[in-house]
Design a binder for this molecule. Structure first.
Ligand code: 13P
Ligand code: SF4
Length: 449
């Protein structure tokens, strides 16, 4: 049988992109500019945007931070030179610095990370290294903010490229959420029911600004990640009659559906419309109100891609991230956080085949790390998360060498009025212990159907 997925031996998405651009590979990319250095997007004259990659078409909020122009020495250095400079700076800094890297980072960055993980694990890792003076966070803005919230006051959290945001996190801002909350208070009131449950508990996905984490902290709510969303929703339902879940509608819907909540009781809240685009009756009956946010990387996965993978590889195991749309999660064999996906592959017997619905950097790395399996991305087009891809080794070398010279650049620091309630919401999440039924719901999502 002929298949369209050759074995991947080089984990670098950047190398794959360079080959596509020079015509040496027949692969395709959603944006050839991805092969350029991301510093081309930093110049003050360039229109602000997320840059090439999966979220380039999403609208960028006006107040988004801009990255200063990177000194020329970092823009022109070769890959080998950059790796040597990063290694040398790390050696000089020793225990004073810890580098955290999300699974979606470029391989050229991941190889220098002291700890690589999903957003939940990285939050824990930020808390677990109080002796490091600086935490260099190779991920996106909300993750660096979370690290600042959980680390000590003496530690500096550094995001190597300030333009590394998250388009999904940017889909919910404090003003729109407060406006929504006022409308909900008007409908549901503010008094608890006879079992002491509040009318609504706000739950924010980790992929949100510190301001929103502060909002949920102030309103009796909690943060969740894709690895604990079911347990967190259970926590919320013990304390509230319904949940306002933002910003990712898909994670909210997929998780609540797996817990048995009917779709009719999960209205979508569109912040640009009165009552979120719902009638009063629809809202009165709601159990989970889903904010109109989504991830442009995971939106690319389709049921047609899954059908094609199954035709080509009848034994394929399809595993997707729960930020994928519901029909995709339903058609997959399992779904879970990035760490869930990594563990599923680690645990599989040699010779397994996996079609994966998550960001390409992780998929390509897994394919290279586990040559005993056949592993490929559901999306045949190379289209990384635009913002994760803005962290290039050039920026990592720059922030580390600045640290060696005693300067902290690109520090992410959350003001104490926001930090205090945001920390409360994060600590509530870290204290959640999955109940049997939440664990069961997660297992059901993860089981081979
Ligand atoms: P994880 O929590 O699974 O690491 O996902 C974070 C993310 O941004 C996925 O798009
Ligand atoms: Fe945000 Fe999606 Fe990128 Fe994750 S993959 S950081 S949710 S845009």
């Amino acid at each position: 049988m002929t298949t369209s997925h050759p074995a991947v031996t080089d984990p670098s998405v950047d190398h794959a992109l360079q080959l596509i651009v020079t015509g040496e590979s027949t692969g395709s990319s959603c944006a050839p500019e991805l092969a350029d250095g991301p510093w081309l997007l930093d110049a003050p004259t360039v229109a602000p945007g997320y840059g090439p990659g999966a979220s380039q078409a999403d609208p960028l909020p006006l107040a988004t931070p801009r990255q200063q122009v990177l000194p020329e020495t970092y823009r022109t250095a070769t890959e080998t030179e950059l790796h040597e400079r990063i290694r040398a700076a790390k050696e000089t800094l020793g225990e004073k610095v810890v580098i955290l890297g999300h699974f979606y980072q470029r391989d050229e960055v991941v190889q220098h990370a002291d700890f690589v993980g999903d957003s939940f694990q990285l939050a824990r890792a930020a808390k677990g290294r109080p002796e490091a003076e600086a935490i260099v966070f190779c991920g996106v803005h909300f993750m660096a903010e979370t690290a600042d919230l959980l680390s000590t006051d003496e530690q500096a959290v550094i995001l190597p490229n300030l333009a590394a945001g998250c388009s999904m996190a940017d889909m919910a801002d404090l003003d729109s959420v407060e406006d929504c909350w006022e409308q909900l208070e008007e409908i549901y009131g503010t008094d608890p029911d006879d079992q002491g449950r509040a009318p609504v508990i706000p739950v924010t996905y980790m992929n949100s600004s510190a301001a929103l984490k502060g909002f949920v902290g102030r309103h009796g709510g909690i943060v969740c990640t894709s690895s604990n969303a079911a347990a967190v929703l259970e926590w919320a339902f013990e304390r509230g009659q319904r949940v306002l879940f933002f910003p990712d509608q898909h994670l909210g819907r997929n998780t609540a559906k797996a817990m048995g909540i009917p779709l009719e009781q999960m209205p979508l809240w569109n912040p640009n419309r009165a009552l979120g685009g719902n009638t009063r009756e629809e809202l009165e009956d709601a159990k989970v109100l889903l904010w109109h946010g989504f991830c442009s990387v995971h939106k690319r996965f389709t049921v047609e891609q899954i059908d094609k993978a199954r035709r080509e590889y009848p034994d394929v195991h399809v595993v997707v991230h729960p930020e994928s749309p519901m029909p995709v999660v339903d058609a997959a064999d399992s779904s879970g956080s990035t760490d869930f996906i990594v563990k599923a592959i680690q645990a599989a017997p040699a010779g397994s085949t996996f079609a994966i619905g998550t960001e390409i950097n992780l998929v390509q790395r897994l394919a290279a790390q586990y040559p005993q399996h056949t592993i490929f991305c559901l999306d045949p087009v190379i289209c990384p998360c635009s913002t994760m891809y803005r962290i290039h080794p050039s920026y990592l070398a720059w922030v580390l060498e600045e640290l060696v010279d005693g300067r902290v650049v690109n520090q992410i620091s959350v003001s104490s009025d926001v930090a205090d309630p945001a920390r409360v919401a994060l600590e509530r999440m870290l204290a959640v212990v999955p109940t049997q039924s939440a664990a069961q719901s997660a297992v059901t999502q993860g089981a081979t159907k």
